[in-house]
Design a protein around this ligand. Structure first.
Ligand code: HEC
Ligand code: HEC
Length: 369
C-alpha cells in the first residue's frame, strides 16, 4: 500500500457547489434577483483524502452549502420529525457508535421494531445504493423512508414541515439555506418537506471518516504493530476479507451471500431485483468503525467481532447463492482454519479501523439553538 503514502487531501468546494443555486420555493427566477437576503449560501468546503477517489455523489439540484449542512444537522437531531416527538434520526444513528444504535433491531416512535439492523452512516458520499439491499438510489430518497415509515418516525413530510414552520428559528435556518423570506407571508414556501430531505442529505454527505489508525498508516504517519500488520495481511490475503470489504474506504459496493443461513428469512437483494440468484445476498457494508457498531449483520445476530470471525472461520453455511469467494475448490463452504493467534491478529486489524476523530467531531454532534 506504499503508493498511498504520497497522497494529500482534496478539498472540493466552489467548482461543483457554487454553480446552480437558485431559491427553489419562492418562484424567483434566479439568485441575482433575490433582493432581500443578501448574498446567498456559502459553498461547503468538503475535505477528504485523495485515496478515497473522486466518485463522489454530489447532486446539482442539491449542492452542499454551509447553511444547508448546518440546517441538516439540526434536523438530524430533531424529534419533532416523528409523529409523537420522541424519535429523531439520531435515536437510531448515534455518533458515539459511528451512527448505529447498539441494538439488533431499532425501535420506532411507537416502540415497534425495525425489520433490520441500523446501519452506520459513514462515507455515504461514495455510496450509490442505500440500505442493506440497496433499494434506494440517493440520500434524498433514503431520508423519506424513515421519516414517513409507519413505525419509524410515522409522519408525512408535510406534517413535519407544518410543525417546524411554527418555529421562527427554523424559518430563519431554512431561509438561509435555501432562500425565501423567513418573516414574510410565504412561510409555507420557506419550510417544505423537500427542503427537509435535501438538508438532511447535505449533512449526511459531510459524515466523512478518514482518520482511523489505518488511514494514518496509509498516509505514512503510523506504524502498525506486529499483530495489526499480520491481521492486515490476513484480511487482504489468505482470509479473503478484502475481496468483499476491500479498498481504503473498506467497502466496495457489491452484494454477496456471506453464508449466514441455509434458508433465508430475509431474501435481501432479491427483494429488489426479484432474481433467484440474489436470494440471501446483502450489501457488503463498510467495516470502518466496526469495533463500535455491534451487533453485526443485517439482523444483528452476532454480538461481537470474535463471533463474526468465528463465523467466517468455521460456520459458513452452504446454499445455492453462497459467494464463490466463500467456497473451496470442491464448492463446499470454506473453513479458514485460523489459529487463536491469527484470530487475534485479524481482530487487531479490525480495531485499526476505529476513527475516534469521527465519533467525537463536534461538527456532527447535537447542535444547540
Ligand atoms: C427507528 C430507527 C431509525 C430511525 C429513526 C432512522 N433510521 Fe436510518 N436506518 C435504520 C435501519 C434499521 C436501517 C437499515 C434498513 C434497511 O436496510 O432496510 C437504516 C438505514 C439508513 C441509511 C442507509 C445507510 C447505508 O449505508 O445504506 C441511511 C442513510 C439512514 N438510515 C439515514 C437516516 C436518516 C437521515 C434518518 C432520519 C430522517 C434515519 N435514518 C432515521 C434505522 C433508523
Ligand atoms: C463474499 C464476500 C465477503 C467476504 C469474503 C467477507 N465478507 Fe464480511 N460481509 C459480507 C456481507 C455481504 C456482509 C453483510 C451480510 C449481512 O448482513 O447479511 C458482511 C458483513 C460483515 C461484518 C458485519 C458488518 C456490520 O456492520 O454488521 C463484518 C464485521 C465482516 N463482514 C467482517 C468480515 C471479515 C473479518 C472477513 C474475512 C474473514 C469477511 N467479512 C469476509 C461479505 C463478505
Amino acid at each position: 500500500m506504499f503508493f498511498f503514502r504520497y497522497i494529500f487531501f482534496i478539498v472540493a468546494a466552489g467548482a461543483i457547489v457554487s454553480s446552480g443555486f437558485a431559491p427553489s420555493g419562492g418562484g424567483a427566477s434566479g439568485p441575482t434577483q433575490s433582493g432581500s437576503a443578501g448574498s446567498g449560501p456559502t459553498p461547503y468546503p468538503l475535505k477528504y483524502p485523495a485515496y478515497f477517489g473522486n466518485r463522489v455523489n454530489l447532486r446539482e439540484d442539491n449542492p452542499l452549502t454551509v447553511e444547508g449542512v448546518a440546517l441538516g444537522r439540526y434536523l438530524f437531531y430533531e424529534k419533532r420529525l416523528s409523529r409523537n416527538n420522541t424519535v429523531s434520526c439520531s435515536g437510531c444513528h448515534q455518533q458515539a457508535r459511528a451512527f448505529t444504535d447498539g441494538r439488533a433491531f431499532s425501535l420506532g416512535f411507537d416502540g415497534v421494531q425495525t425489520r433490520r439492523n441500523s446501519m452506520s452512516l459513514t462515507n455515504l458520499l461514495w455510496v450509490r445504493q442505500f440500505f442493506w439491499d440497496g433499494r434506494v438510489g440517493s440520500l434524498e430518497e433514503q431520508a423519506v423512508v424513515p421519516l414517513t415509515d409507519a413505525h419509524e418516525m410515522g409522519q408525512t413530510l408535510e406534517g413535519s414541515a407544518d410543525k417546524l414552520r411554527g418555529d421562527a428559528r427554523y424559518r430563519r435556518l431554512f431561509a438561509a439555506a435555501f432562500g425565501g423570506d423567513s418573516e414574510g407571508g410565504q412561510g409555507g414556501k420557506v419550510v417544505t418537506g423537500e427542503r427537509i430531505v435535501k438538508a438532511l442529505a447535505q449533512f449526511e454527505r459531510t459524515l466523512i471518516s478518514s482518520d482511523a489508525r489505518y488511514d494514518r498508516y496509509i498516509r505514512g504517519d503510523y506504524q502498525l504493530t506486529a499483530s495489526e500488520r499480520r491481521g492486515l495481511d490476513l484480511f487482504f490475503g489468505s482470509a479473503g476479507c478484502g475481496r468483499c470489504h476491500g479498498g481504503p474506504k473498506i467497502f466496495n459496493e457489491t452484494y454477496h451471500n456471506n453464508g449466514l443461513d441455509r434458508v433465508f428469512k430475509d431474501s435481501g437483494r432479491a427483494m429488489v431485483t426479484k432474481m433467484a440468484y440474489d436470494r440471501g445476498r446483502f450489501r457488503s457494508v463498510t467495516l470502518r468503525n466496526v469495533e463500535l457498531t455491534a451487533p453485526y449483520m443485517h439482523d444483528g445476530r452476532f454480538g461481537s467481532l470474535p463471533e463474526v470471525i468465528d463465523h467466517y472461520n468455521e460456520h459458513v453455511e452452504a446454499s445455492n447463492t453462497l459467494s464463490p469467494s466463500l467456497r473451496d475448490t470442491a464448492q463446499r463452504p470454506i473453513r479458514l482454519g485460523l489459529t487463536a493467534v491469527e484470530k487475534k491478529d485479524l481482530l487487531a486489524f479490525l480495531h485499526t479501523l476505529t476513527d475516534s476523530t469521527f465519533i467525537t467531531d463536534p461538527r456532527f454532534s447535537e447542535p444547540k439553538f
